[in-house]
Design a protein around this ligand. Structure first.
Ligand code: SDX
Length: 379
C-alpha cells in the first residue's frame, strides 16, 4: 500500500480520536463535542472540570468534581528531593528545561507501572496535573533566590498557581481569567506535543516520561514557545508607527511572524478571539498595556499582507498579553501552556492506551545501496 509522503505529516491522520475537533476553515474548536466558546465562557466551568471532561469523556457531577479537586489539592506538594534537585538548576536555565527535568524525575519516585489499572491511570493524572504548577512556580522563586511557597489548599487551581508565583492572593477577576485561559490552552487535536506524547505512550513507558517528551516538544518556538516570542517581537516593534516597517523587513527576510499562522486554522484561531476579549477585560480592570495597540495594528497589517494565505493570529498571539497583565514573567508563558496542555496530553495518553499499537511509520529511502567501506588510510 503506497501512501504519499507529506512533510510534517500534513493532513495525514495519525490516530482516531474523540477528544477534540477542529475545523480550520470555519474556526471551530470543540472539546468532547462542546464548542470552546460555550465551554470556556460558562460561569461554572473551571479548568479542572475541563480536564475531567477531556480525560474521562464526561462532565463530572458535583460529587465527582469535588472529589477530583480534593485529590488535586492533596497532591500539589513536591517531594523535598525534587525541590533539592531544583536547587542545583542554573538560574539562567529556561523554565521549560526545568519543567521537563522535573516531570521526568517524577518517574523516579513513582516508578510503578500498571497501565491496565484505572486507579493507576487516575493517580498519575492527578499527580501530574497537581504538581506541574507547583514545579513551575517553585523554579520561578528559586531562580530569584527565594524558597518556594507551599500550595494553598483553600485556593482554586488557577488562583493557587498565581499565589505560588507571586506569594500574594490574586484578584478574583484575574484568577477567573487565568482559569479560562487554562481551559483555552488545554487541548488541540494532534498538535506536535500531543503527537510526541502519543508516540512515547505507545511504547508503554511510564506517564512521567510521556509528559517529559511532550514538554520538550512544546518548548519549541514554532509550537508553544511562540507566545514568549510574540512579546519579544512586540517589544522590538516598540510603537504602532513601526509596525509596518517591521513587518516589511521580516517578510523581506522571509522570517515567520510569531503568533500568526497555523497548520490547521486558515482563519483567526477561535482561542485568539476569546483571549483578545480576556486581554481587553484585564486592561479595563487593571490598566492598559502599550503593547496591545501594537498587537492590534500588527494583526491588521499581517491580514493585509498574508490574509490571502490564510495567515491569521493563532492562540499564542494574545495569550502573552493576558499573562503579562497577570504578572507572569515572559519566559514562563510556555510553562503555563504546559500546565494547561497536560490535560490534553493525559487525555490522549489514556486514549492511546485503550487501543494501543506502537507508532512505527515508514520512510521514502533516498540514500545509496551496497556502498563500499573505504578504510581510513584511503580517505
Ligand atoms: C501552536 O498544531 C497546533 O494545534 C498547535 C497549537 C496548539 O494548540 O497545540 O495551536 C499551538 O503551536 C500555535 C502555533 C504557534 N507558532 C507560531 O506562532 C510560529 C509562527 N507560525 C509559523 O511558524 C507557522 O504558521 C506554523 C508552524 C504554526 C505552521 O506552519 P506550517 O503549517 O508548516 O506552514 P508553513 O511553514 O509551511 O507555511 C505555509 C506558508 C509559507 O509561505 P510559502 O513559503 O508557501 O510562500 O505560509 C507562510 C510560510 O512562509 N507562513 C508564514 C507564517 N506562517 C506560515 N509567513 C509569515 N509568518 C508566519 N507566521
Amino acid at each position: 500500500m503506497t501512501v504519499e509522503y507529506r512533510a510534517g505529516l500534513e493532513g495525514i491522520p495519525a490516530t482516531q480520536s474523540s477528544i477534540s475537533f477542529v475545523d480550520g476553515q470555519k474556526g471551530i474548536l470543540e472539546y468532547r463535542g462542546i464548542p470552546i466558546q460555550e465551554l470556556a465562557m460558562q460561569p461554572g466551568n473551571t479548568f479542572l472540570e475541563t480536564a475531567y471532561l477531556l480525560i474521562w469523556n464526561e462532565l463530572p457531577n458535583r460529587e465527582a468534581l469535588a472529589e477530583f479537586e480534593h485529590e488535586i489539592q492533596f497532591h500539589r506538594r513536591l517531594k523535598y528531593r525534587i525541590r533539592d534537585m531544583m536547587k542545583c538548576f542554573p538560574e539562567s536555565g529556561h523554565p521549560m528545561d526545568a519543567l521537563q527535568a522535573c516531570a521526568a524525575a517524577l518517574g523516579l519516585f513513582y516508578s510503578k507501572r500498571a497501565l491496565d489499572d484505572p486507579s493507576y491511570i487516575r493517580e498519575a493524572v492527578v499527580r501530574i496535573l497537581a504538581k506541574i504548577p507547583t514545579m513551575v512556580a517553585a523554579f520561578q522563586l528559586m531562580r530569584k533566590g527565594n524558597d518556594p511557597v507551599q500550595p494553598r489548599d483553600d485556593l482554586s487551581y488557577g488562583a493557587n498557581f498565581l499565589y505560588m508565583l507571586s506569594e500574594e492572593e490574586p484578584d478574583p477577576i484575574a484568577a477567573r481569567i487565568f482559569d479560562i485561559s487554562l481551559t483555552l490552552h488545554a487541548e488541540h487535536t494532534i498538535n506536535a506535543s500531543t503527537f510526541s506524547a502519543m508516540v512515547t505512550a505507545s511504547t508503554l513507558t511510564d506517564p512521567y516520561a510521556v509528559i517529559a517528551s511532550a514538554v520538550g516538544t512544546l518548548a519549541g518556538p514554532l509550537h508553544g514557545g511562540a507566545s514568549e516570542e510574540v512579546i519579544n517581537m512586540l517589544e522590538e516593534i516598540g510603537s504602532v508607527e513601526n509596525v509596518r516597517p517591521f513587518l516589511e523587513d521580516r517578510l523581506t527576510r522571509k522570517d515567520k511572524i510569531m503568533g500568526f499562522g497555523h497548520r490547521v486554522y486558515k482563519v483567526k484561531d477561535p482561542r485568539a478571539i476569546i483571549l483578545q476579549q480576556l486581554a481587553e477585560q484585564l486592561f479595563e480592570k487593571f490598566g492598559q498595556d502599550k503593547y496591545y495597540d501594537i498587537a492590534v495594528e500588527l494583526e491588521k497589517a499581517v491580514e493585509e499582507k498574508l490574509g490571502h494565505k490564510g495567515i491569521y493570529p493563532n492562540v499564542d498571539f494574545y495569550s502573552g498579553l493576558v499573562y503579562r497583565k497577570l504578572g507572569i514573567p515572559t519566559d514562563l508563558f510556555t510553562p503555563v501552556f504546559a500546565i494547561s496542555r497536560a490535560a490534553g496530553w493525559l487525555a490522549h495518553w489514556k486514549e492511546q492506551l485503550a487501543e494501543n499499537r506502537i507508532f512505527r511509520p515508514t520512510q521514502i529511502y533516498t540514500g545509496l545501496h551496497n556502498s563500499p567501506y573505504i578504510p581510513i588510510e584511503k580517505r
